[in-house]
Design a protein around this ligand. Sequence first.
Ligand SMILES: NC(=O)c1ccc[n+]([C@@H]2O[C@H](COP(=O)([O-])OP(=O)(O)OC[C@H]3O[C@@H](n4cnc5c(N)ncnc54)[C@H](O)[C@@H]3O)[C@@H](O)[C@H]2O)c1
Length: 262
Amino acid sequence: MNDYYEVSLKEWRLKEIHKAAEHSPVEHIFVKGSIADKALIDEEFEKYHFDVVVNLAAQAGVRYSIDHPDVYIESNLIGFYNILEACRHNPVDHLVYASSSSVYGGNKKVPFSTDDKVDNPVSLYAATKKSNELLAHAHSKLYNIPSTGLRFFTVYGPAGRPDMFYFSETKKLVAGEKIQFFNYGDMRRDFTYIDDIAEGVYRIMQGAPDKSTGQDGLPIPPYSVYNIGGDQPYPHGSGRSILKRESSPISGCRWFYSIVSA
Ligand SMILES: NC(=O)c1ccc[n+]([C@@H]2O[C@H](COP(=O)([O-])OP(=O)(O)OC[C@H]3O[C@@H](n4cnc5c(N)ncnc54)[C@H](O)[C@@H]3O)[C@@H](O)[C@H]2O)c1
């Protein structure tokens, strides 16, 4: 629970999870700590003998990685490696983890496919997410750990991350500040509603990739990667119209934007 953005928002979400768990057969246990803390992770895995592990913990955000690279290495690489190692020493039926559409970087071919080459990340964040997929593949191959990486596409919804465009720019408009649209305003983006992500993760959890043996007698890595997106990229122009329509009734809100080149 780092302070990348308001911790109070994370605490509110946690309360909602606790409340939901009270009315379900699920026991929810919250352990405060970092996945980069190997001793803690090992202890939790040894204690609970997990069947399925879902790792969503990561330092998110493309722009933040420009000025704060260390935290991405710590959480997304060391932390993720600790999860993989814990799955190795405490075998699980399935490891599901969040990757990102940012691995597609500057790829021009659309729609993006998991068969596309994604070897040219344009941010450290994307590089760590692609690295997670590579590390997971090696661990699947070497230790037969069934793993599935999910490349999420711009997730939105209530209690979403405040640094996401739709929240951060609306906040600026309300404060009477100017907002900017990059690349001459010519951008398209796929959005995915949070409930669809939750449903996708839930379904994937129960479908671990099969363990099988190749013709050479060696195990074929039980490894998958999927895109989870809305499959309907929206141009930023329509984002502008929605922002303008929704923000205009808010008192003190000025509609003030510029379109810049890069
Ligand atoms: N939101 C999106 O549009 C989007 C898109 C692609 C991928 N993802 C991925 O989905 C996952 C969830 O993203 P989100 O948007 O909910 O971001 P988020 O920042 O709200 O959630 C990530 C959580 O991980 C926690 N965390 C960070 N470092 C940690 C560490 N070392 N140990 C333990 N916890 C740690 C943070 O405190 C935070 O609560 C991330 O892996 C992110 O990279 C999100």
